[in-house]
Design a protein around this ligand. Structure first.
Ligand SMILES: Cc1ncc(COP(=O)(O)O)c(C=O)c1O
Length: 384
């Protein structure tokens, strides 16, 4: 059993990270990395590389591509050829490359807000317009769920070159149903829109939840999808910057590979080595323990908010270690500023996920139970 009470100290004053960005008395519960060490097999791999001593350039090897393809088969029975796998510097560069090939100033990128803040950067990085199909909030007591407004989605798809799907969704933590995925795919196919499915959080499943990659739904859909995955969130190695695009459609893949090379999206050797170990199955015991721990933290968070902050609404995430709290029914206009100043807790400001995120914050529960409890208690006291 991995001990998820251990959160190594990252407060090195010569570094800038989740723990040093804010003053020392602030508890950081913002950026999406966890407070735990990466699994030992990955650390062993990295140690070995350092001991060997030569840190030269490395490219994604056939063995690594086979490992990625084999993982898709073992997780989802999704059979992809190793050749379909393209390594990228990460997921943000991966979807930027996709926008460069699929969008134009007249054919934008369709997103569903509130959504991961870097999706907005497509307009700067790829210089293409963003088209929004906001998710619709549904409230049941203090529990939030979000749904798709199909009329808006279909209307925006007509103007889109690419649909950037976030599944599981950051910051909402939801896994889209098969039915919804099918309908989104159908609309995209009708309008000749490329689907780029950011599935970076797909292995961080809570409870006994299951996940189906968009591209696995049918061979027809698979031809239109670029699937983006990475070991970074699952195994807590985001600083190694390594991700993969899976593109079974050969023509599309060629165009994508050209763009990746034009953008010089090289991957660090350490990122590639870590990915090989992460996806080999050697870390699956660690991941099983992690998911149990995160499920417990999610339950703790939802129960705590329900019991002690009844005016605050919360999602019940299906996946991820990200909670989404809604303060619009309280008198706290700017919860990010409020909790930073009054509770000394740094959350992610809901505004960065879109206009519809105003009055909300994202809370990172990828930490020990003790730190999660401490953060929530500081927040509760500040509200009192
Ligand atoms: C949905 C989503 N996509 C992409 C990323 C970042 O990916 P990368 O660091 O590989 O660019 C994150 C990080 O939080 C994320 O939540």
């Amino acid at each position: 059993m991995t001990d998820f009470t251990l959160t190594p100290n990252r407060r090195n004053p010569n570094r800038l990270n989740k723990w040093t960005m804010y003053p020392k008395d602030v508890l950081p519960m913002w950026v999406a990395d966890m407070d735990f060490s990466a699994p030992k097999p990955i650390l062993d791999t990295l140690h070995k590389a350092v001991e060997h001593g030569v840190l030269g350039y490395e490219m994604a090897s056939p063995a690594l591509k086979e490992t990625v393809a084999a993982r898709m088969d073992s997780l989802y029975k999704w059979k992809v050829k190793p050749d379909a796998v393209v390594a990228t510097t990460g997921i943000v560069s991966g979807f930027t490359a996709a926008a460069n090939i699929a969008c134009t100033p007249k054919k934008g990128a369709l997103i569903q807000t509130p959504v991961y803040n870097m999706f907005y950067e497509i307009k700067n990085y790829a210089r293409v317009p963003l088209l929004n199909a906001p998710l619709v909030k549904r409230v049941d007591g203090n529990i939030l769920r979000y749904e798709i407004d199909w009329d808006i989605f279909a209307k925006q798809a007509k103007k889109a070159g690419m649909f950037l799907l976030c599944n599981p969704h950051n910051p909402l933590g939801m896994i889209f149903s098969r039915k919804d995925l099918m309908k989104m795919a159908e609309i995209c196919i009708e309008n000749d829109v490329l689907i780029v499915s950011d599935e970076i959080h797909s292995e961080l499943l809570l409870d006994e939840n299951k996940f189906t990659p968009m591209a696995k739904l049918s061979r027809e859909i698979e031809k239109r999808v670029i699937t983006l995955i990475a070991p970074s969130k699952t195994f807590n190695v985001p600083g190694l910057f390594c991700g993969f695009a899976i593109i079974p459609n050969e023509d599309l893949r060629k165009r994508y590979e050209q763009e990746v090379s034009r953008m010089t999206l090289h991957v660090s050797s350490m990122g590639l080595f870590a990915a090989q170990t992460a996806f080999s199955g050697k870390c699956d015991g660690w991941l099983k323990d992690l998911k149990r721990h995160l499920t417990g933290n999610r339950d703790f968070l939802v129960d705590y908010v329900t019991q002690y902050m009844p005016a605050v609404r919360t999602t019940i995430p299906d996946a991820t270690y990200l909670g989404w709290l809604d303060f619009t029914q309280t008198d706290i206009a700017d919860p990010y500023e409020f909790f930073l100043k009054r509770a000394k807790v740094a959350l992610s400001n809901g505004k960065i996920f879109g206009k519809d995120g105003e009055g909300h914050v994202r809370i990172n529960f990828g930490t020990s139970r003790a730190l999660l409890q401490q953060g929530l208690e500081q927040m509760r006291r500040a509200m009192q």
